[in-house]
Structure formats: C-alpha cells, structure tokens
Design a protein around this ligand. Structure first.
Ligand SMILES: [Zn+2]
Length: 165
C-alpha cells in the first residue's frame, strides 16, 4: 500500500483536487466570503494590538517629565559605573602578576575554557583564558587574562617558566 501511494501520489493528488472541485460546484462553498471574513478578522485584531501599543506609548510620552529624564540618565550612569567597577575588580583579580600557580608556585598551562568562561570573557571584553597547574598533587585551575591578542603568543607565554629559562 505504501509503495503504491509513493508511486502514484501525483495521480492521487490530482484525484483529490478533482474531488475538491466537484465538491465546490456541488456544495457551492463561498470561498470569497470565507477569505474576506478571515482577512477582516485578522486586520481588526492587528488594529487593536497596534492601537493599544500606540496609546500606551502616547500616554507614557505625554506623562514623561524632565525629572523622569534625569532619573533615567542617573540610572543609566549608575549601571555604567557599576559595570565598570565590577569589570575593573574582576580584571584586577584575574591579571597575571606572575605566570605561576597561585597555590604551589608551579608552572601552569592553558586548558579548554568552559562555556561560562566564554560568557564572562564576552562581558568583560577581554580574552579570558583558563589555566591549570602542572603539579599533579595541586591541579589548581583558574582564569587569567592577558593583553595578548594572538593565541600563539599566549600559548608561548603559558608554556614558558616564569624564571625565564
Ligand atoms: Zn599548583
């Protein structure tokens, strides 16, 4: 049956279309009226939505005072300041002072970042990398950022011991 359907589906489709045509003639379905009604209904719904949005915005603008404007500016400035401070503090904490493990002073190497590290990196606007201590007993892992743009340079730095050998 399935094979038959697959083989003759165009013919079957034609038969269905034909039957629909016959039904239209016999039953006299007024498609025009149905379509007109549908269009009318959807436009009136859309009109209502747009009207309520417009009225809401209009009400908001007419009631908007100068003190509202100042309030808004202060809020934006405060947010910008908070973002700047938090960013500064996080970057200070993650900055390389020396390229060693903070726990055992061993060297560290770069490992794959987690998804959250990438998100943090995006919000801070700095390339944040994840490092791990080479000491098997320590295994410290943490985030650090560097000013280096290129990955290769960063890898080179990460693999180089801090004492310069
Ligand atoms: Zn360590």
């Amino acid at each position: 049956m399935k094979r038959l359907l697959r083989e003759y589906y165009i013919e079957l489709l034609a038969v269905v279309v034909c039957l629909v045509g016959v039904a239209m003639i016999v039953i006299h379905v007024d498609f025009r009226e149905i379509i007109v009604n549908m269009v009318h209904l959807s436009t009136s719904v859309l009109q209502n939505i747009f009207l309520s949005i417009y009225q809401g915005v209009e009400k908001y603008i007419t009631n908007f005072t100068l003190s509202d404007l100042f309030g808004l500016i202060i809020i934006i400035l405060a947010f910008a300041f908070i973002y700047w401070r938090v960013r500064y503090r996080i970057l200070q904490r993650l900055r390389w002072t020396e390229h060693r493990c903070p726990k055992c002073q061993e060297t560290v190497h770069r490992i794959h970042r987690r998804k959250t590290d990438r998100i943090l990196s995006f919000f801070l606007g700095r390339p944040i990398r994840r490092y791990q201590c080479v000491n098997k007993e320590c295994r410290w892992t943490g985030l650090r950022y560097s000013h280096k743009r290129s990955h290769q340079e960063d890898d080179f730095l990460a693999s180089k011991p801090a004492n310069g050998i």
